[in-house]
Write a new protein. Structure first.
Length: 345
């Protein structure tokens, strides 16, 4: 089937990946979900420079060619928007009305951030690393860039990359061309696109998209002000959709599961109220990648059924049954459910 991105908002551009596409090991770039806070900036790699300054010994201005000369790494892993599933929360929070397709998988290629930080020399006063994107706009009558920081000890993780290639090809403008940050296992807000500056700072960053957004407020589980980090454990049904008519015979139900906390160790399916059976789940091929699962179901009688799926990760995190509630609509990883109709052949 010829799939297309599912539009959510036009300006800024936000769009979802069709769930059946997630059964592929990697999501084609043209179908990778798009999350933007502002308009896409027009940048040119021939004039691009990444500035590295602040609490460093040697401020840098690196061309893309100089960054590409650093020994690179490639990781295949998932990225999910923190607002994925927001539309199902009650009461309805403000924000981009994502259903469940704000999740995709890519092969990311780039230079380890730690190598660039070591080139600059880290001053002993540094406590955080601030990442500044070229995208900008007006928020609450103030002009701002999209900016996020990481604690210095976390920023030194060799898996955090400065990305210039996605799925073996040059980044597209929608996904951060010519350079973006990638923080594996974390929600996508941490992976700053159109990266133009890295600044080491000696106090915690207090920016709009750090302190006031991408934190929990009035949440069911988390204390006020707790920042979002790792993707919550989640499983999705990808082989079927709401209202599908299925035969009264063996049916193969398939989907994917993932977690930013570690490998998914169990996926369970319910076809009857509060009765769960285990699906067969593939081992993770890389940290925070999606894992495919399969369940063979043989309904005995025609009628309407509700299919539910939930995942558990290596740290023991399991999806909740009911949808999460919080003011900004983040971290909703409730079980995926859908009604289907079983009919006589």
């Amino acid at each position: 089937m010829n799939y297309s991105l599912i539009p959510v908002t036009n300006r800024p551009l936000n769009a979802e990946t069709p769930l059946p596409v997630l059964e592929e090991a990697t999501t084609p770039t043209r179908l990778f979900y798009v999350r933007n806070h502002f308009d896409i900036p027009a940048l040119d790699e021939s004039t691009f420079q990444l500035r590295v300054d602040g609490a460093v010994d040697h401020p840098l201005a690196l061309s893309l060619a100089e960054i590409k000369a650093i020994p690179s790494r490639t990781l295949r892993t998932a990225m999910e928007c923190a607002g994925n599933g927001r539309i199902f929360m009650e009461p309805k929070p403000a924000g981009t009305p994502w259903e469940l397709g704000a999740i995709s998988v890519a092969e990311w290629t780039g230079a380890p951030l730690v190598d660039v930080l070591e080139m600059a020399g880290i001053d002993e006063a540094a406590v955080e690393v601030l990442f500044i994107g070229a995208d900008n706009g007006i928020v609450e009558k103030k002009a701002i860039h999209y900016e996020r920081s990481l604690p210095l000890n976390l920023a030194l993780d060799p898996n955090i990359l400065l990305i210039w290639a996605m799925n073996g090809e040059t980044l597209t403008p929608e996904h951060g061309y010519p350079l973006r940050l990638f923080v594996p296992g974390w929600y996508g807000m941490a992976s700053v696109k159109w990266l133009q500056q890295i600044r080491l700072i000696d106090v915690p960053f207090d920016g709009y998209h750090q302190t006031y957004h991408y934190v929990y407020w009035d949440d069911d589980y988390a204390p006020d002000g707790q920042p979002l980090r790792q993707m919550q454990v989640r499983a999705l049904i990808c082989s079927h959709d709401v209202g599908d008519r299925l035969p009264c015979a063996e049916v193969e139900i398939r989907g994917v599961a993932w977690s930013g906390y570690g490998e998914v160790t169990r996926v369970e399916i319910s076809t009857r109220h509060n009765q769960w059976d285990e699906a067969t789940v593939e081992r993770a091929l890389s940290p925070a990648a999606t894992q495919r699962w399969i369940y063979r179901w043989h309904p005995r009688t025609p009628g309407e059924y509700t299919l539910c799926v939930r995942a558990t990760d290596a740290e023991g995190n399991t999806q909740p049954i009911r949808h999460r509630s919080n003011r900004l609509g983040y971290g909703n990883n409730a079980v995926h459910s859908m009604s289907v109709m079983v009919v006589k052949e």
